[in-house]
Write a protein that binds this ligand. Structure first.
Ligand SMILES: Nc1ncnc2c1ncn2[C@@H]1O[C@H](COP(=O)(O)OP(=O)(O)O)[C@@H](O)[C@H]1O
Ligand SMILES: [Mg+2]
Length: 239
């Protein structure tokens, strides 16, 4: 059901101070797609996500979201336009209840009016969270906390979701659960850019994957094809 691009990144270059860490990266995510951006630690994944979210400015290149070029560093503007970012490490408020954490995802005007409807939708999507609505976030398992972080992002009523390493720090069993949850979200039709070091899991759930090494894309294609690619098998799947 892929269609027109919701996100287009063209020839992106950026870094920190005088250190360039992203070299001419071009990628796109189309309507209805779950796209992986995978690479090792320090390869530049989070830096690319920060540029897409409007947190740091590109040195050169173009980022177009929903037909509009991102021209200034204004993260709230990107959220207001419908881009939701699930940050690395989840960043929940541990002493607040699950439901209050979810409500924080709906503070922008675009989300406030739809808050009750979106809350019902996220509970439908993550039924396990219903029983924990009034529990403090800290009482949940790491996997459940990741579900809350994703659900909070959905409270924006976004047009697209970007996620930074949702599987980090989770046991293999919980990684599988979180990946299945991400797949469920994608099946609602929401386009997703999933950033991960866990190449195997991403290949299992995504439609397409881009592989980043030292700030450069070295390979991309449909996940089903890349699963058998010699470079992927050798470098990432240990085969
Ligand atoms: N705030 C920062 N200041 C300076 N260098 C940074 C900063 N954040 C990341 N870097 C550097 O940029 C490179 C890419 O980092 P990052 O985008 O976080 O990679 P990844 O998310 O793939 O692990 C790394 O060499 C890292 O040390
Ligand atoms: Mg990172």
């Amino acid at each position: 059901m892929a269609g027109r691009p919701i996100l287009e990144v063209e020839n992106l270059e950026l870094g920190y101070g005088s250190l360039k860490v992203v070299f001419g990266v071009s990628l796109h995510v189309d309507e209805g797609e779950l796209v992986g951006l995978v690479g090792g630690n320090g390869s530049g994944k989070s830096t690319i996500l920060r540029a897409i979210s409007g947190m740091i400015a590109p040195w050169s290149g173009r980022i177009v979201f929903d037909g509009e070029e991102i021209s200034a560093v204004r993260p709230h503007h990107m959220a207001e336009k419908g881009l939701a970012h699930v940050p690395m490490g989840r960043q929940l408020f541990p002493n607040m209840t699950v439901e209050d954490n979810l409500m924080l995802g709906a503070y922008l005007p675009r989300a406030r009016a739809e808050r009750d409807r979106n809350l019902k939708r996220v509970y439908d999507l993550f039924p396990d969270l219903v029983a924990f609505a009034n529990a403090k976030a800290a009482q949940l398992s790491g996997g459940q906390q990741q579900m809350v972080a994703i659900a909070r992002a959905l409270m924006l009523g976004p047009k697209m979701l970007i996620m930074d390493e949702p599987s980090i720090g989770l046991s293999p069993l919980l990684v599988k659960e979180v990946m299945a949850a991400i797949r469920r979200v994608a099946e609602t039709g929401l386009p997703i850019l999933l950033v991960e070091q866990n190449v195997k899991q991403v290949l299992n759930v995504s439609h397409r994957v881009y592989v980043l090494e030292n700030g450069r894309l070295v390979l991309d294609g449909p996940s089903a094809e890349l699963q058998g690619h010699p470079m992927i098998r050798k470098a990432y799947l240990g085969l």
